[in-house]
Structures are given as structure tokens and as C-alpha cells.
Design a protein around this ligand. Structure first.
Ligand SMILES: Cc1cc2nc3c(=O)[nH]c(=O)nc-3n(C[C@H](O)[C@H](O)[C@H](O)COP(=O)(O)OP(=O)(O)OC[C@H]3O[C@@H](n4cnc5c(N)ncnc54)[C@H](O)[C@@H]3O)c2cc1C
Length: 417
């Protein structure tokens, strides 16, 4: 089934009776060429690109809950390519290019909106750092515009420019940055993978990984054992637990990140605004809700919910930046489990077990990486070779200390990245 304007019109006029489920609900087979553990954004896009780019369709995605119920459906939907360090820079640049063609490729409306992202700065030193970042972005082939105070005021007149602690000096505008509808991205990749023959198996938790003579043989699940020639672990916040099933100890801590949404309001915030010094960022959804978030809850946890002190901190930062937000009513808040690495950059690599691969460590920035990660991980799983844009995301950098990518310069402490 293809989506089109005519189709939507026809269904609207005929009672919406012609829509079919977007994917099948198959029983797991006894054996697959490839098993992907985790039906989040990265697992689904990996399955899609395995089928599309490499013709590997005897693939199962095993999801313990429902597709898109993890972080891919819990994030604040920011999509950008404003990284600084070699390694990250080329990867996110590649991922953003995939975003720009994704809806056409998937024939799915993910509501990708390149409304522009503005990172604020509040001192001369920060201006220098952002000027440097902007140059790196331009050198990478992406876009960046350094705005002075009046330049920011033109776009964001509602901010408090003269806050005593954080007066606004200017901002770095990334015009191609923006937002997308997060769960639609999961659904679009799920549908595309299913159409190419991939089995998407929900309510199927992986409880063990079978390894014989250093080679992966398959997985144990709550729906029985499944044999596989290759297995990919793509479980975000649960990476440490699932990798432990293969005897691995990952350099990852799982931390909670919260987000908040207000009641629907008339359009008032056109851009994504990031107030790094206050650990606060905000955009407005197409439904009108102000979507915002802040920092991690700082303690390690597998509970997908947050606590009150961080909630208070985020609200205070919002009031500091834009006092008008105090008039909006918060509708709901939620949390997701972040797979934090010591340098804040991800891992896409083989493991010491033949046929077992891992894609994790996306910290709180993996939504924008969904297309790029799936593309590069599928390439690695299919060919055995690292895909160039993701070639620096090696697991052994945490053992050797070579190739670390500490984008924020915060040192080897997971919860500070
Ligand atoms: C509040 C919040 C805001 C965020 N904001 C942004 C943002 O603005 N921009 C951005 O780029 N990123 C953002 N992120 C980060 C981004 O959402 C994640 O990095 C990314 O979604 C993680 O990859 P994923 O989609 O594959 O994870 P998930 O959707 O979590 O997928 C992993 C899946 O694995 C499944 N699983 C786990 N264990 C097993 C098992 N044993 N067997 C089978 N299945 C299993 C889980 O149920 C889950 O569905 C945010 C995250 C949160 C929580």
C-alpha cells in the first residue's frame, strides 16, 4: 500500500475503511540469517537497510515490548548535524542527509521539519567555542550561521536577553536542524522493513545469547529459541544487560532523561532553542505543545521515569530563559533510559564473538542518528567492514584510550556527557 494525497482523500470520503495494518504479526521462525535484538529506531532502521541495501531479508527484529515503545517514542525529537569532532561530524552529517530523503524513501510522513536550531551563548569565551563549532560544521559541508545578540532577538524575541546570570550574547543557528515526529520514524522503518520481508516480532524478550566455540548460534527468547547466523544487539538503555548475556561488560551506564510537554498553544516558538548553560531546550510540536527537557537525573537506573528535583531544575531553567513559559500548563512528563558512554559518543562495532555485533551508546542524542546508525550498522553486519562515516565508533577505544571522542570535553564520567 502506497500513501498519497489522493489515497488520504479517498479514505476520508469512504469512512477510512481501506487502511491495512502497517506490518504483519508473524510467528517467529526457527532460524534466520540475522536476528536484531531491539525494535527501537536503530534496530528497525538496521533491518530496513539490511533488506534495502544488501538484499538480506531473512531477518527478524525481536522486541520485548511493542515497536517504538522505547526511547525512539520518548525523545524530544531534535534532529541536527552540529557536531564538532572528527568521527561524530561526518557521521551526523551523513545521518542528516538520510533524514532529508527519508520520507520519500519510506513513503511515510515523519513530519520532518527543518525549522532551524539555535544554540545560545552567554560569554565571549562561549562565542569563540561556537564560532569554532560553526566552522567545523561548514567544513563538513553542513550549515551554520553565527548570530549576534540582535540576530537572535530577531528570531527569538520572547527570550529574556538581560538575565543577570546568563545574558544572551548571541547564538549559533543551524538552519537544517529541526524536529520530526518520533514514533512515525519507528513506524516508517518498521513498515519499510516488513514490506521487504523482515519479520517484526513483538512481545518477544531475548533472555539469552547462544554461543558455541566463540561463534554466535542464536538467541533464547520468551517465545522459544531462535537460531541465527548473525545477531545484532540494538537495545539502547538495556545494552549492558543484554551484552552481559554474551559475557560482555560494556563501558556503559544507564541513566534517566526526562522530558515535558505543555497543553497545546497557538504557534509561538518557531525554532528549536537550546540553552546549554541552563541545561534546557525547547521546541513546539505541530499539535502546539511546548516540548522541553534538560539534564539527566544523574543516578544510574533502569526505571523509565524521572524524579522531582530534576523536574524542578528544568522548570527553573525554562523560567530563566523565557519567563512567559510560566503561563503554560504542563500536560505530562516521562523518562527514558539512556545508554551513556564515558566519552559521550556511540559504539557501532563487532564483538569478540564471531557473528555478534553491537550498536549502542547513543546517550541522549540517538534519535537524530536513527537513519545513519541503521545504515552503518547494516553495512557492518552485511559486509564485515566498517562503514566510513561510522568507522571511528569502535568499542576498544575505551580499553586502549585511543580514538576517544569527548565532544563536550567533560572527561570520562558517563552522566556528565
Ligand atoms: C527524554 C528523551 C529525550 C531525548 N531527546 C532526543 C533528541 O531530542 N534528539 C536525539 O537525537 N535523541 C534524543 N534522545 C535519545 C534517543 O531517543 C535515543 O538515543 C534513541 O532513541 C535510542 O535508540 P533506539 O531508538 O533504538 O532505542 P529504543 O527505542 O529504546 O529501542 C531499544 C529497544 O530494545 C528493546 N529491548 C531491550 N531489551 C530487550 C531484550 N532483552 N529483548 C528484546 N528487546 C529488548 C526495548 O524494549 C526497546 O524497544 C532522547 C531520549 C529521551 C529519553
Amino acid at each position: 500500500m502506497r500513501f498519497s494525497g489522493c489515497r488520504v482523500l479517498r479514505e476520508g470520503l469512504t469512512g477510512n475503511t481501506g487502511w491495512k495494518p502497517h506490518w504483519r504479526d508473524p510467528e517467529p521462525k526457527a532460524e534466520y540469517d540475522v536476528v536484531i535484538i531491539g525494535g527501537g529506531g536503530h534496530g528497525l532502521s538496521t533491518a530496513y537497510y539490511l533488506a534495502k541495501n544488501h538484499g538480506i531479508t531473512n531477518v527478524a527484529v525481536l522486541e520485548k515490548g511493542y515497536l517504538g515503545g522505547g526511547n525512539v517514542g520518548r525523545n524530544t525529537t531534535i534532529v541536527r548535524a552540529n557536531y564538532f569532532l572528527p568521527g561524530n561530524s561526518e557521521f551526523y552529517s551523513h545521518s542528516l542527509k538520510l533524514w532529508e530523503g527519508m520520507e520519500e524513501d519510506l513513503n511515510y510522513n515523519a513530519m520532518h521539519s527543518q525549522r532551524g536550531l539555535i544554540n545560545l551563548f552567554h560569554s565571549d569565551g562561549q562565542r569563540d567555542a561556537f564560532a569554532r563549532r560553526g566552522n567545523a560544521m561548514i567544513n563538513q559541508g553542513d550549515d551554520a550561521v553565527l548570530l549576534d545578540r540582535e540576530g537572535v532577538r530577531k528570531y527569538l524575541p520572547y527570550l529574556d536577553f538581560d538575565n543577570v546570570r546568563f545574558p544572551i550574547y548571541g547564538g549559533l543557528l543551524h538552519p537544517r536542524g529541526g524536529t520530526a515526529r518520533h514514533d512515525a520514524v519507528a513506524w516508517g522503518y518498521a513498515r519499510g522493513a516488513d514490506q521487504r520481508g523482515v519479520d517484526l516480532i513483538q512481545q518477544c524478550e531475548v533472555t539469552g545469547i547462544d554461543i558455541e566455540n566463540g561463534r554466535v548460534r542464536g538467541v533464547q527468547t520468551t517465545r522459544g529459541p531462535i537460531r541465527a547466523k548473525k545477531v545484532g544487539i540494538v537495545v539502547a538503555g538495556r545494552s549492558g544487560q543484554v551484552a552481559a548475556m554474551a559475557g560482555m561488560r560494556l563501558p556503559i551506564e544507564s541513566h534517566i532523561l526526562q522530558a515535558f510537554v505543555t497543553e497545546g498553544l497557538k504557534p509561538c516558538i518557531d525554532h528549536v532553542v537550546s540553552f546549554g548553560m541552563g541545561h534546557f531546550y525547547i521546541s513546539q510540536s505541530d499539535k502546539g505543545g511546548l516540548v522541553f527537557g534538560g539534564d539527566l537525573d544523574f543516578y544510574a537506573s533502569y526505571a523509565a521515569r524521572g524524579n522531582m528535583p530534576m523536574m524542578e531544575h528544568v522548570m527553573e531553567a525554562g523560567m530563566t530563559l523565557m519567563p512567559m513559559i510560566g503561563k503554560a500548563k504542563v500536560l505530562r512528563s516521562w523518562g527514558g533510559i539512556m545508554d551513556m558512554t564515558p566519552d559521550g559518543s556511540p559504539i557501532i562495532d563487532k564483538t569478540d564473538t564471531e557473528g555478534l555485533f553491537i550498536d549502542c551508546g547513543w546517550c541522549y542524542g540517538g534519535f537524530k542518528a536513527v537513519p545513519g546508525s541503521g545504515y552503518s550498522f547494516a553495512h557492518l553486519m552485511a559486509t564485515g567492514n566498517h562503514h566510513a562515516p561510522a568507522a571511528k565508533f569502535r568499542l576498544d577505544r575505551f580499553r586502549t584510550g585511543r580514538g576517544l571522542m569527548d565532544e563536550e570535553g567533560t572527561g570520562a564520567q558517563h552522566n556528565l556527557h
